[in-house]
Write a protein that binds this ligand. Structure first.
Ligand code: VTB
Length: 330
């Protein structure tokens, strides 16, 4: 066999890169039909239904490891649910069919349909709890940031590594009262703070997108969103450290059941995504990363980013769907 021959599993992984675009596209379109209706649960449900339907068409033996919740609280795409055409390639899947449900309900910028896929056993099985996170884009020496260092120290070190003054750094955080102290510390350095109401998967990814002007993500967001963002950074580069916020006995019991022994473990990207992965996101409402779904007279337009860590390739897929209703079919 020539050294250029592609192994069957690699071939499937290459094909899946494009196949998962269909999955997030369909979830985004279904959610977008309810955009601006104030119905966060209904738009989430629509995205979940579509994502599940499309995942079940793929030649994978998939397990949802980051999903809509535990089996007893989420009837679809629950943690542990098997998806795909059985007998296929064994994969772990992390999904957030509608990241930013409130953004979608209010028709505000930045809601997306997103998923990550990796070989079975390689994605962190995180419960639906909070996660402390810090992230920066690619090109900085390892150790430039540290989750356990004070926010101002991280800003100063990042500015040094970037070769600028702290007042030329921009941090992004979820706009939550729990972040008051971090925000104050960041502003004291002279750095700018960008506050987002939801959507921290994109918030982390922005650190690796120079055109957004975001240098660093700080603060506490959802753990499922953390694993999804880690998958994206594994593809495009960047540094990220996280720690689960385990502050109740119920959560302690839950992570033990999921096989997490050390509740205080500081995760690096490689701990959250242990091997190569794929990441895809389609815009539901227009944001800094993606355009939202457009319902045209003759076609529905979607904007998707899909990434593959093996090669670091990032594709933008702008699709015009002409006969979606005809082909949608459960
Ligand atoms: C974030 C954000 C999500 O949850 O992870 C956030 O990315 C964290 O939870 O879009 P709180 O809202 O409780 O702060 C979301 O806002 C989704 O609910």
């Amino acid at each position: 066999m020539s050294s250029f021959a592609v192994q069957p599993s690699q071939m499937l992984e290459r094909i899946l890169t494009l196949e998962i675009v269909r999955v997030t596209e369909r979830a985004a379109v279904s959610a977008a039909r309810l955009r601006g209706q104030g119905k966060d649960k209904a738009s989430d449900q629509a995205a979940v239904d579509a994502m599940r339907r499309e995942l079940n068409k793929l030649p994978i033996d998939g397990t949802v490891v980051i999903g809509e919740g535990e089996m007893d609280e989420a009837p679809m795409l629950f943690i542990g649910e098997k998806v795909g055409q059985k007998g296929g390639f064994q994969v772990d899947i992390a999904v957030d069919p509608l990241e930013g449900t409130v953004l979608c309900a209010k028709n505000m910028p930045g809601s997306i349909a997103t998923l990550a896929m990796a070989e079975a056993g390689t994605l962190l099985h995180a419960p639906d709890c909070y996660m402390d996170k810090i992230a920066i884009g690619p090109g900085y020496p390892k150790g430039t940031i540290d989750l356990d260092a004070p926010a101002d120290e991280n800003i100063v070190n990042l500015a040094k590594a970037k070769g600028v003054k702290p007042n030329e750094i921009t941090a992004i955080l979820l706009d939550r009262p729990r972040h008051a102290k971090i925000i104050e510390a960041v502003r004291k350095t002279g750095a700018a703070v960008t506050l987002i109401s939801d959507g921290d998967v994109a918030g982390v990814i922005h650190t690796a997108e120079p055109r957004t002007g975001i240098d660093i993500y700080l603060g506490i967001g959802g753990a499922p969103e953390g694993v999804l963002a880690a998958a994206a950074l594994r593809c495009i580069g960047g540094q990220m450290q996280t720690r689960l916020v385990i502050d109740t006995d119920e959560l302690r019991a839950r992570i033990a059941k999921m096989g997490i022994k050390d509740a205080k473990k500081k995760y690096e990207i490689d701990d959250m995504v242990k091997g190569d992965c794929l990441f895809a996101a389609t815009g539901v409402t227009t944001g800094a990363m993606l355009d939202g779904v457009k319902f045209g007279k003759d076609a529905i337009e979607t904007d998707t980013v899909v990434m593959r860590s093996v090669t670091g390739t990032v594709r933008r897929v702008r699709a015009e769907h002409r006969q979606l209703d005809k082909f949608h079919l459960d």
